[in-house]
Every structure is written in C-alpha cells, then in structure tokens.
Ligand binder design. Structure first.
Ligand code: NAP
Length: 276
C-alpha cells in the first residue's frame, strides 16, 4: 500500500532517462509508492525485457517519439554517457524542471553546464543495495531548488532506501567513501571470514555459506534492532569469551578501525580526483 504522504510529495509527472540496474529498480519503487504511470516516460535506447514488460503493463510511455514536458527529469545513465546525451537531455528540461541525477562524480555545476537554463538540480549518490530498495543515498540540492522540488526528490530517492541530505556538495565525496563504496567493504568482510573459516579447518563451501549468512543476518539484526552497532557488539561479547578473543585482535591499534579510517580516506581522495 502506497504511503499517502510520499504519493503527494512525488512529482506529478516525470521522465526517467536510463532504465538500467539503478533506474529500473527506482522506477519499480516509484510505481509501488504511487507514481502515476500515465504521467511517466522512460527513455532508454535498449531497454531490458523487464522494463519493456513493466512499461507495457503499467501504461508507461517507453521511448515516445516526442517526450512530454515533465516536472522532474531523472538521470540514471552512466556518467561517461552524459556528454553524448546532453543535447537530447537539454530538450527535456526547462527552467522549472527538477533534475535529479545519480551520475557518480558529476557535480551540480557539470549538470547545469550541460542543461542550460535548468536551475533545480539534485545530485544524489545511491549505493548498490538501492537496487533492492535497501540503499543509503546522499543528496544535495542546488540553491534554486524549491522546498516542494526538494520534497519531490526526497520522495523519489526514498524509494531506494535511506536518504541523507547534505548542505555542502563537497561532502558527497566523503559520503561516497562511506556508503557508496561501503557495500564492497562488507562483501570483503564476508570473503575474509570465509577464508578464515577454511584456515580454521571448515570445508570451503560451508565456510562461504556460514560467512554469507552471518554477514546478512548481522546486517538484518542491525537494521531491526534499535541498539547501535557498538552496543550490539558489546552485548554479544562475554568477558573472556571467544568473541572477545577475536575482537582483541580486530581492535588492536593497527586493527580494523584504523584500517577502515585509512580505506575511507583513500576512497575519499579518489572520489575527489574522479569528480574534479
Ligand atoms: N549501480 C550502482 O551501484 C550505482 C551506485 C551509485 C551510483 N550509480 C550511478 O547510477 C547510474 C546508472 O548506473 P547503473 O548501474 O544503473 O547503469 P546501467 O545498468 O548501465 O544503466 C544505464 C542505462 O542507461 C542507458 N543509457 C545509456 N545512454 C543513454 C541515453 N543517452 N539515453 C537514455 N538511456 C541511456 C543504458 O543503455 P545501454 O545499456 O544500452 O547503454 C542503460 O540501460 C550511473 O551514473 C552510476 O554512476 C550506480
């Protein structure tokens, strides 16, 4: 059942450009959230069969000969495709259009330069779990974005999970280093735990299953339990027990917290280089 507050905040009409993994997943989320399919257009030169079926089933205009003007233009193509698409995109957006971009590394200034006349631009950085509606997205709006447009962007982005708004666009590089790249850090944790299980004598496939279920289960618990991560960790660590023995290694001065700070700093630096 669609949340009535979110339905009222969603833009009345929108055009999605790029219906790949992320764009397609967001489109499904918006439809589930109450977006009017008859006022939605999708532009994608080679849509996947699932998108063709979704559009046909819900009455969404897919690659119409003339794309109707819409309140919001959502950009979900690859960043490297922006220059080639710019001319076509410019004809889809006017001075009152809200542009929401999830193109990694493309700044609000980059987007405005390619969409002359556009004023309201929301730059968002989702992460991989957004493709299953469980993402963590950072967003920043150009100063010309009205409160209603910002609420519209928030409703659109919330279809992909948590949304955190930033006042300073520069912080998007720090956010990218934490939540944008973060899923890979967690996947590495599952890999390393499985490898350590093999080293401890478990069969490889069993160790991989156990590590996967442990990471997924701990993530689900973190999601459902109101306690923060540190409290959950302390609550499962009995004095002088097995968990404490492992955490003493992981938390030594050159252990996981120090490594994570170094890793996030490296990703932060790289995000700056890529968007600069
Ligand atoms: N996936 C992630 O975890 C993630 C995380 C954060 C941000 N993002 C951002 O999300 C954006 C999309 O990523 P994705 O993983 O969803 O990529 P994707 O699956 O490749 O989707 C991009 C889609 O856009 C289509 N496209 C290309 N040029 C187009 C054009 N000129 N007009 C309309 N559609 C066009 C592509 O078609 P073709 O396949 O035919 O080229 C494809 O269907 C990227 O900018 C990325 O930086 C992704």
């Amino acid at each position: 059942m669609a949340d009535p507050d979110r339905v009222s905040a969603l833009p009345a009409s929108l055009t999605l450009v790029g219906a790949g993994k992320m764009g397609g997943a967001m489109l499904s989320g918006w439809l589930a959230g109450g977006l009017d399919p008859t006022r939605t257009s999708v532009v994608d030169p080679a849509p996947a069969p699932g998108i063709i079926d979704l559009c046909a089933g819900r009455g969404i205009a897919l690659n119409p000969a003339r794309v109707p003007a819409a309140d919001a233009l959502i950009l979900a193509i690859k960043p490297q495709g922006l220059d080639a698409a710019a001319t076509a995109l410019a004809s889809l957006a006017g001075p009152d259009t809200l542009v929401v971009s999830i193109l990694a590394g493309k700044t609000i200034a980059d987007l405005k330069a390619r969409l002359p006349g556009v004023r309201a631009v929301v730059r968002a950085m989702p992460n991989l779990p957004a493709s299953i509606g469980r993402g963590a997205t950072g967003a920043v709006a150009s100063p010309e974005t009205s409160p209603a447009q910002r609420a519209g962007a928030d409703a659109l982005l919330r279809a992909a999970g948590l949304v955190e708004w930033l006042d300073d666009e520069a912080l998007i590089d720090a956010l990218t280093a934490v939540s944008g790249s973060g899923p890979a850090y967690v996947f590495l944790l599952a890999e390393a735990l499985a490898e350590a299980g093999v080293a401890a004598g478990l069969p490889a496939e069993m160790a991989a299953r156990l590590a996967r279920a442990t990471v997924a289960g701990a993530g689900a618990l973190l999601d459902q339990d109101p306690r923060d991560a540190g409290q959950l960790r302390r609550d499962v660590t009995s004095p002088s027990g097995t968990t404490e023995a492992a955490l003493t290694v992981l938390m030594r001065p050159d252990g996981l917290p120090a490594l994570m700070r170094e890793a996030v700093a490296a990703a932060h630096r790289r995000a700056g280089e890529l968007s600069g």
